[in-house]
Each structure stands twice: as C-alpha cells, then as structure tokens.
Design a protein. Sequence first.
Length: 266
Amino acid sequence: MLRQALRVFREDLSAVYERDPAAKNTLEIVLTQPGLHAVWLHRIAHSLHHAGIPVVPRLVSHFNRFMTGIEIHPGAKIGRKLFIDHGMGVVIGETAEIGDHVTLYQGVTLGISHTRDVRSLRGKKRHPTLANHVTVTVGAKILGAITVGEGAIVGAGSVVVKDVPAHTTVVGVPGRVVIERDPTTGTERRVTDGAPRTVDLPDPELDLMRGLMVRVQELEARLAAVERRPAGSRNIRLEDRARPNGAQHAEGSVEARIKAMEGWKD
C-alpha cells in the first residue's frame, strides 16, 4: 500500500516536470507548487472518504483549500498525473471524475448546472467526467453530468453544458466545437462547414449578430441592384420612395425629421 502511494506521488511530481516549463528542480516543485500540494492532499482525503471515515476527509479538503486556493471534494475521483497549473480558484465537485494526464488551469470549475430541486440530486452523478489527456484552460466552466472526450481542449472562459467530442477544441459561451484533430496524425481541421456543432446554452447575442449579418447581406444585395440601374434611375431618396408624384409626408422631409429628433430649432 505504501509502495503504491509513493509511486502515485512520484507520478504526480513527474507530471509537473512534463507540463510546466517553469519547473526547475524537485525541491522547488515540492515546496512551491500549490497544484501538486492540492493533488497530494486530495489523494489523502479521498482515501479517508473511500474508507468511510466521517468528517475528517472534509477537514483535510478544507485545509487543502485554505493552503492552496483549490477546492476538491473528497469524493471526486482523480486519475494519474493530474497537473493543476497555478490553480487558484479551481473547484472540483463531489461526483467529478478526471482521467489520466489531465491538465487544469486556474479558475476552472467542474460543477453542476443550476437546479431548483437540489435534494433530488443527492447521491446521483451531477458533475462532469473528463477523459484522458483533456486540457481545460483558464476560467472554463464545465457544468453538469457530461463527458469531455479524450484529448479534447476547452478554451479559456468557455461555458460547457453538453458532451464534448473527443479530439476537438471547444470555445465560447456557449461552447462551440471549432477545431477537430486527427489523433493519429495530429492534423487539425477548422469546423466551418454547415451549422456549428454547439454544446448549447441560449445565446441571444449570437442570435442578434446573425440577424444583423442577414440584414447587412440583404442591404448589400439591394444596393448592388440599384448600382446596376441606368444612371438616370438611381434616385433612392427615402423621403420620395413609394409616394406618388414625389409627395412629402406632412411631417416634412427626412432631414427635418432628423433635426426634430435631435432637438434642433430653426
């Protein structure tokens, strides 16, 4: 048992060497890496939790949070060589599962999506599962009992509430698949064809932008049609449009209406 624990601790240490370019020597890493401290303390808390010991695992977790700024529930399952870089503000919930060789950056949350009936979730899977070799970058939020596929990358600040396919890159709010990678060759392909593959949240800002783009395209098409007319038939003044014999509205020309709206006085 002790030999196995030492092997796991050495693997955690080697993960820092492999993925942190600022790592210089073993002594410095052991003394100054809060992500490594958090992982080691969590492994102790998780062992106590798995053994059915009450209260003490949560106390260890609370001490872990106080010392490192990283909150990991004792019930969370963590695989081999987890690397948490910087780590401040990382939150990992009770039923979260993390595979091998996963990298998390500061501010990452593996949490639950909002619900009114909290009691119904007790004892159920409600946090994300990260497969092997996943990277979750700064400030990303992964919410709910979803799965992030092997080798996936979640971009900084993304909010993800649906499953993420393996070997893809997801960015944005809501998260959208923007890159697919071939796991054999490593080649990447941008996802631009057809409708975007979304990992959905309602996005009113995106809907507005799409509406504006459609409107701009319509106006460009109308302008192009006008420019193709003979020179003498290009009178497109708004105040004369659709009015017989160039009649004016009672409220006056467009220029007069603009002046009135801006509070001008003659």
